[in-house]
Design a protein around this ligand. Structure first.
Ligand code: GLP
Length: 266
């Protein structure tokens, strides 16, 4: 694991956007489906990625990155929210990223939470990821209880894309986007922990004091289904990017180790 510590949420966004731009450019994606080579990028929603998307749009407008040969797969979507619902993740992605960059509609994949057959929708999503050649880089946030995507505590660490029941805690946290907690859907479609683990690289971003407990459990805690992000300790290529507030519950020695490691990697 690599742990990148930056002062503010803005610095986390800048580091992450620059990193993604660099990864896409080193990869040199070429058009079309495999065997030609799109850059397959997994994407999250939530508040933390918003500044990252703004920074990516800025770099796209400055001609520093093209999304022409990028294929995306979003992590999750609420069950029962139509794509044009103001709080759907389809709408979120369109508002914050897709409508501002040169990505083709057919390269965007987001689970359909209104599909007639949700199980078939999830199975088809796993197939589509495979067909695209697997995910090159999965960007993710982290929930206050340590969830990645919508893999709530208790999710199997080998889970695949499926229908999940949201916890009361997650629905309360996400109620800030709705008028009341009762309006937050009780279920979602989510890639599984196993789906994230299959990505060739995972980058997790966290900012703010409310993420400190989850970050400590993810980085230092035991690998447990009660904090699904802790499974990333078993991934060979994972970077966790945090601001100062989000590392508040890490041990002093842990912070010193990763600071030293980052200096040596320069
Ligand atoms: C939701 C999303 C997660 C995201 C989490 C944290 O639960 N399903 O993918 O990581 O929110 O989001 P935020 O960045 O708003 O704290």
């Amino acid at each position: 694991m690599r742990l990148i510590m930056r002062q503010s949420e803005k610095d986390v966004a800048v580091w992450t956007a620059n990193y993604i731009v660099q990864r896409i450019s080193f990869f040199s994606p070429v058009p079309g489906e495999p065997p030609s080579k799109p850059f397959v990028l997994g994407l999250p929603t939530g508040s933390t990625p918003i500044e990252i998307y703004q920074a990516l749009v800025g770099r796209h407008n400055a001609g520093l990155v093209s999304f022409e040969n990028v294929t995306t797969f979003n992590m999750d979507e609420y069950v029962g929210l139509a794509p044009d619902h103001p709080q759907s993740y389809h709408k979120f992605m369109d508002d914050h990223l897709f409508s501002h960059v040169n990505i083709a509609k057919e390269h965007i994949h987001i689970l359909d939470g209104c599909a007639d057959n949700l199980k078939a929708e999830c199975a088809a999503y796993e197939e589509a990821i495979k067909k695209a050649g697997g995910i090159e880089l999965f960007l993710g946030g982290i929930g206050e209880d340590g969830h990645i995507a919508f893999n709530e505590p208790g999710s199997s660490l080998t889970s695949r894309t499926r229908v999940v029941a949201l916890t009361r805690e997650t629905r309360e946290v996400n109620a800030r986007f709705f008028s009341r907690v009762d309006e937050v859907p009780k279920q979602a479609l989510s890639v599984g922990v196993g789906t994230v683990m299959d990505a060739r690289e995972v980058v997790i971003v966290a900012a703010g004091k409310r993420k400190a407990r989850a970050i400590a459990a993810c980085v230092e805690g035991p690998v447990t289904q009660m904090c699904t992000a802790s499974c990333l300790q078993m991934h060979p290529n994972v970077t966790v990017v945090c601001d100062e507030a989000a590392i508040a519950e890490l041990k002093y020695g842990t912070v010193q180790y990763y600071l030293e490691a980052e200096k040596r990697c320069k």
